[in-house]
Design a protein around this ligand. Sequence first.
Ligand code: ATP
Length: 491
Amino acid sequence: MRPLDLTEKDPSKKITIHLDGKPYEAYEGEKFPVAMLANGVYWLTTSTEGRHRGAFTFGPLPVTVNGVKNVNGRKLKLRDGMRIERQRYDEFQEQVEIDEGKPVLRYVVDVAVIGAGPAGLGVVEEIGGKLTVALIEEKGWLGGDMWLKGVDQEGFGNPREAIERLTDFPENVRVFLGTTALGVFDKGEYFLVPAVRGDQLIEFMAKRVVLATGAVDSIMLFENNDYPGVFRRADALEVINVWGVAPGRKVAVTGAFPEEIIPELERWGIEYVVVPNVRRVEGEDRVERVIDENGNVYEVDALIMADGRIPDINPITQAGGKLYFKRGYYRPVLDGQHRIRDGIYVAGSAVSIKPHYANYIEGKLVGAYILREFEYEREPCIYEEKLKDHEPVARPLPRFPLDAFNGEDVQICGCGVTLGKVDEVVKSGITDLQIIKRLTHLAMGFCQGRFCLFNGALLVSQRSGMGMDKLDIPVARPPIKNVKMKVVAGR
Ligand code: ATP
């Protein structure tokens, strides 16, 4: 077994790959950063400013594969003999090339459900068999965040078994895995949802759309937060439970919600220490120690950020939804039927942060509202009542020790935007996030603000004393996920 393997892998799939000329053991179909992690290699790319980075804090991960530059290593599935070279982050342009010769695929359905986590699956369970459905999911799996879990989940029990039960779809439900929806547009009586799968453009025409697009992990601010060995919670879960690899021999867990990762570490016997207030991580070219705000030093080889999730607001604002701030995050303003406007519904952690089972019930609620619109007899109030048992989670607002940080060592955004750079603009008196965006390029890179805009807002709020609810959050522009413009232009 490789140094960080938790499970035995299929020996018939064993292969050799090379990173910068050095051979490593890997397994056919394994993801590149996972194989490197299993071998104890954390440093995989270099930022614009020459900082070493890993794959698990900020994506994407540019690499050259067999001489072809600009491959996103985060998604790279390994094959025997691959020769991979590290690239600098700033050389990278993620491109989705659309094969111009291929005709656009078009599907006309009653309902397009974007996102196949517990909420999306709840919607489909309710309306499948009655209405025609396109279930659009960018990941390669069904079940969303719950699929990453290994421990039993309230209301569901074993997560994998629950997902299996929910994904026995009737015939009129068509599933599109590995397919990213780029936005929602009005098209007469229909909505147009353009999406990409590989190099194929797909256009969905739907009478109703459900945004079941979920939430994103909060990125925490501390010095060297982009260091190889710093993990977002979801990435740590994926390496452990999907790939059977440990994030490190001994890991530190930080953030307001350590309980979201600790049972999973305990399940595998991974040694951990909880460090509530991290000031800085240090090490040669990966995490070797974590230092907290009181100067205590913890010798570890990885750090997992478990500071809760926040709804992904980009699909909502792009589709015309308004936001308000409650319980520590921005969330969509909904009408009495869970809609941001006529025909566009939101369900799950895109609405508010709550357990998987509550998100599934909310999906069923939205499904019941939709069925009523198609003149089926339904009582959504049954689900409304059930949902009342699940008060959304309140996320405490982090307070950054702004003046104690070396702002150049704290990355607010993976695209070379430091806390120091944004703070300088804010301290000059500019509090309009739209202007801050233009001046610093915050929220203008690969993540389109999904991971960095919230911290930008927090910084403005903390420096200016303005409440988070008073800030004007910029609206996301299509495409809501990064693709080359020619994909959507001129069609
Ligand atoms: P919970 O938060 O309890 O897990 P949920 O269903 O509300 O429930 P997720 O599990 O995060 O939330 O599932 C949301 C799913 O939406 C994810 O699997 C994610 O990949 C998918 N998704 C998000 N944005 C898009 C998009 N633009 N196109 C396709 N799929 C998307």
